[in-house]
Write a protein that binds this ligand. Sequence first.
Ligand code: ATP
Ligand code: MG
Length: 250
Amino acid sequence: MIAVENLVKRFGSFTAVDGVSIDVAPGQIHGFLGPNGAGKTTSIRMIAGLLKPDAGRILVNGHDLAVEPEAAKAALGFIPDRPFIYEKLTSGEFLRFHAGLYGMEERDIDERIKEMLDIFELGRWQHELVESFSHGMKQRLVMSAAFLHRPRAVLVDEPMVGLDPRGAKLIKAVFRRMSENGVAILMSTHTLEVAQEMCDRISIILKGAIIAHGTVEELRSMAGTPDEELTPVFLKLTGGSGLQEIDEIV
Ligand SMILES: Nc1ncnc2c1ncn2[C@@H]1O[C@H](COP(=O)(O)OP(=O)(O)OP(=O)(O)O)[C@@H](O)[C@H]1O
Ligand SMILES: [Mg+2]
């Protein structure tokens, strides 16, 4: 559903993304892990069609993003790490605006907006201005928008930041339900418990390149760590924790 081949992005002489390939099948949740600055957001922005790659190919639902950008983007939902929402709209208006952008059919819109507001527990605030929303409410609204037009594939950049336990549980349940309905989800996260709990497969990116991919089980055996937890596996594969330096400073 999402097929990325040899994606490259350079900023001047710096190569931020250096030949990334990722495949996400329908119904799969694919975790995209890596240290700060590894190239996750840059990759995701290219797949979302917001940043032009220097090389590589991106297919969404069989449509080449460079050849049929509209068809590819119509099949895609995107939840950015730092979303922009028009604060002077109500949540209902924001979703209506989004529906317009995606050319949803008029007769379908109201019912679908209601459905999304219910799923993300925002129905009570449908007529409130977004500027009065808490961080978690804004986050849930952005997610409602991303799923509104029934995308076949969804890109999520750091979904769990700043969500309370109830919000995080809700988001996990929604992602699971969407994936059971066949939606392919590519999700970057630093919350390794979430990755471990939710992801069918994981790709680890380091300095712009994928250094490991597979199921949690496969990554564990690649790292040769007996640990149940994904954190030591991640640290082993990405070359240590760097924490010894802190010991030296302290
Ligand atoms: N517009 C830009 N111009 C120059 N360098 C950039 C630009 N965007 C990103 N970079 C650089 O590319 C590298 C990858 O950044 P990116 O935001 O993709 O990392 P990330 O994996 O998402 O990190 P984080 O976990 O902190 O979100 C970083 O070194 C960053 O400074
Ligand atoms: Mg990022």
